[in-house]
Structures are given as C-alpha cells and as structure tokens.
Ligand binder design. Structure first.
Ligand SMILES: O=C(O)CCC(=O)C(=O)O
Length: 251
C-alpha cells in the first residue's frame, strides 16, 4: 500500500512511481507474451502509421510501415495482463489515490501494451490524457508498468509535476490537443519536466490531467510497457462517447 507521504506526493505532483511493484517473473512472462505478438502483429493493433506522430512511417507501404505501436485490448488479450490489472497490488493503490473503495477499469482507454521499436517509433508530444476522454469528472488514474528500462534515450515518459492542478487554456494546445511549442509560456512549463526513469517492474501512477510526453526509441531494443486506466465507481463515462464504448470492469 502507499504511505500517506506517497499519496500526498501524488496529490502534489500528479504522479508517483512505485519501484519494483511487479515481480521479475511477472515482467518476464508479460514480455514473452508481447514479443510473441509483434511479428506478425496480433490484432487488434494500433500501428505507428495510424498516429502520424513525429517519426511515424508515412504509410503502411513505407519501410517500417507495419510497426505496431500499441497492442490493444490488453485486458482480454492474455490472462497475465488481466491478472496484473486486477491485482490488489494495483487496485488497492489506485483506490488510495482516488480516495474511494469503488473503482473500475476502463476497457476504452489505454488498456494496451505499448511497444516502441528501434528505428520506426514515433515521439508523443505534450498532452493530458483527459483531453481525449469523456467522463463526469476529469479524474482518472493510469497505471504504467515498465517491462524493461525506460529512459529518455529509448522513449521513456517525461512528466510535468503539478500540471494536473488548474486549467490550461484551450489556445495553448494545437488542433490535435498537444501543447503548442511556439508559445513561450508553454516552453517555460516544459522546462520544469522530469523524466520517469523506470526500471523493469517499476510502476508509474499518473493523473489523467498530468501533462506528459515521450520521445522516440533510439536504442536497439524494443521498449515494452503495459498500461491500464481506472476511474472511481461514481465517475461515469458519458453515454455515446468513445469512453463508453465497452463496459467498465469493476475492480
Ligand atoms: O510512450 C509514449 O510515447 C507516450 C504514451 C502516452 O503518452 C500515453 O499513452 O498516454
């Protein structure tokens, strides 16, 4: 369980890292399952070309065009992901961070394996996950498990502490809802970013309003992570939106 100082840290900075929360055995089994699912990529998959982020191959016929970015529907893809997502190691901590005994896992957001391949991976610019999601309240928590080292050089996550507090005006984001890099006030904010620097088994819990970004994988190894998103039981997805497409899983 988190200590009260860890919970306070999450409240202050919008994220917290729990080191070595997942066992080496669990991480090895997950990584094996993933490496058996990337070539050929087992559906459902989001390809690097689908997102067209900086570094994405131009189209599926270009070199690297078949590179998967996300193996989707992790919860139903393999029991080892489901067991992790519903383990008390994860759910009790999320309940602590949300100050509730009732949480649900969203099958519609994250719920995926993130893969970053050498050579053909893309960079994710600064964004808040909430901007794509529709819930009664913009308070969700994502749980990101690193299955290998995650550093700046292989596309590890960077976050802006405290960015989940307050409101950032719409005009500071571009049409695709990424922070505009041409604004000095955004650059000042980005200068305060920190790198998550994860080791295998480390878990990053982050709020859905926390600004985050990640670069390309410049190493020669595939980077793999598993990520699930949770919301409080009384914080419902808005009917008719993508957030309500598949039923939530009470945890
Ligand atoms: O790994 C990345 O490129 C960033 C992923 C991310 O920002 C997200 O899934 O919300």
């Amino acid at each position: 369980m988190f200590s009260s100082s860890q919970i306070n840290l999450f409240t202050d900075q919008g994220f917290i890292i729990e080191r070595k929360l997942a066992s080496t055995r669990r991480c090895t089994e997950m990584r094996e399952s993933i490496l058996n699912s990337v070539n050929p990529a087992l559906a459902p998959v989001e390809f690097e070309t689908d997102v067209q982020y900086p570094g994405s191959p131009a189209d599926r016929l270009s070199p690297g065009g078949n590179t998967p970015r996300r193996l989707l529907h992790a919860y139903t893809r393999d029991r080892i992901f489901r067991d992790w997502a519903s383990s008390t190691d994860v759910t009790q901590r999320v309940k602590q961070l949300m100050h509730t005994d009732s949480i649900s896992l969203s099958q519609n957001h994250h719920n995926c394996v993130m893969t970053k391949h050498p050579g053909y991976s893309s960079a994710t610019l600064w964004h808040q996950d909430n901007r794509y999601w529709s819930f009664d309240r913009p308070d969700l928590v994502s749980v990101w498990l690193a299955l290998g080292q995650e550093q700046d050089h292989n596309g590890g996550m960077q976050l802006i502490p405290g960015s989940h507090h307050g409101h950032i005006e719409r005009g500071r984001f571009d049409g695709a809802l990424f922070l505009r890099l041409d604004l000095e006030e955004n650059q000042t904010l980005i200068d305060t970013a920190v790198s998550a620097q994860l080791e295998p088994g480390d878990v990053l819990f982050f709020h859905s309003r926390t600004l985050h970004a990640a670069g390309r994988n410049n190493s020669d190894q595939i980077k793999t992570s598993v990520v699930f998103t949770y919301h409080a039981g009384d914080n419902n997805p808005i009917a008719g939106t993508r957030s309500a497409a598949y039923p939530d899983i009470p945890c």
